[in-house]
Unconditional design. Structure first.
Length: 241
């Protein structure tokens, strides 16, 4: 079972920051996950929430601020004073960290609350610039965006994200045009989990920070977990088991 660093090494570093990504980039884990929003001036930035309120020393929605405005805020010192000076990274800055590493990149497009028109095309162009098309999976809770992305770039892996216990999500994934299923941890413990695994479609599970849960998911046969503690989880899965 593979391990993805969720929002970078976010248990030990401020989530979705260059510090968290640099820490993940030196780990032997399979991949890294991060979240993308779009600014008022159309720049792609890596941050989890629609607003900067929770993770920075500022307030406001990403969609209402320019990149230059966003760069004024600190997203490190709230986690620990030693990360003071971290700013919200652009997608380009994050891709740069991984351009020469082996890591598979899960780019989560956070367009389920605000639509971010044109985001798919901008992300695709950047992946082409960095020649990363074969090393990414594009996921979203916004399944219209997953469908759109698959239409414009059929060669790039896609995934639907969901938190509900669903009936045959692997069948639904076909409708959307998604290659993989990214599911919320508890749903995979239901019959649905085994059904999707049996379908042969990749199942990746978020967010798994307990070793015991990781062991259970390994038994079920999921492809990968997203974890805030990638180093700990990698060591557990590769040494103890
Ligand atoms: O992409 C997996 C996981 O990150 C989805 O949930 O809220 O942590 O972005 P969230
Ligand atoms: Mg995410």
């Amino acid at each position: 079972m593979k391990v993805y660093a969720h929002r970078g090494s976010s248990g030990t570093h401020p989530e979705n920051t260059i510090a968290a990504f640099r820490a993940a980039a030196v780990l032997p884990v399979y991949g890294v996950e991060f979240d993308v929003h779009m600014t008022k001036d159309g720049e792609l930035v890596v941050i989890h929430d629609e607003s900067i309120d929770r993770t920075s020393n500022g307030k406001g929605f990403i969609k209402d601020m320019t990149l230059a405005e966003l760069k004024h805020y600190d997203v490190g010192k709230g986690f620990s004073p030693k990360f003071k000076g971290e700013t919200i990274p652009t997608l380009r800055e994050v891709l740069y960290v991984f351009k020469d590493t082996h890591h598979h990149l899960n780019i989560e497009l956070k367009s389920d609350i605000f639509p971010y028109d044109g985001m798919e095309q901008k992300v695709l162009q950047m992946l082409k610039d960095y020649r990363l098309e074969e090393r990414v999976v594009i996921s979203s809770f916004n399944h219209e965006m997953v469908r759109n992305f698959k239409k414009i770039a059929p060669q790039i892996e896609t995934a639907i994200l969901f938190v509900e216990v669903m009936i045959a999500p692997h069948e639904y994934a076909k409708v959307v045009g998604a290659d993989a299923v990214h599911a919320f941890f508890p749903t995979v413990l239901r019959p649905m989990g085994q059904e999707v695994v049996a379908s042969g479609r990749k199942v990746r599970v978020f967010t798994v920070n307990e070793e015991l849960y990781a062991d259970t998911l390994k038994e079920i046969g999921v492809d990968a977990i997203f974890t805030d503690y990638p180093e700990k989880m990698y060591r557990h899965l590769n040494i103890l088991n």
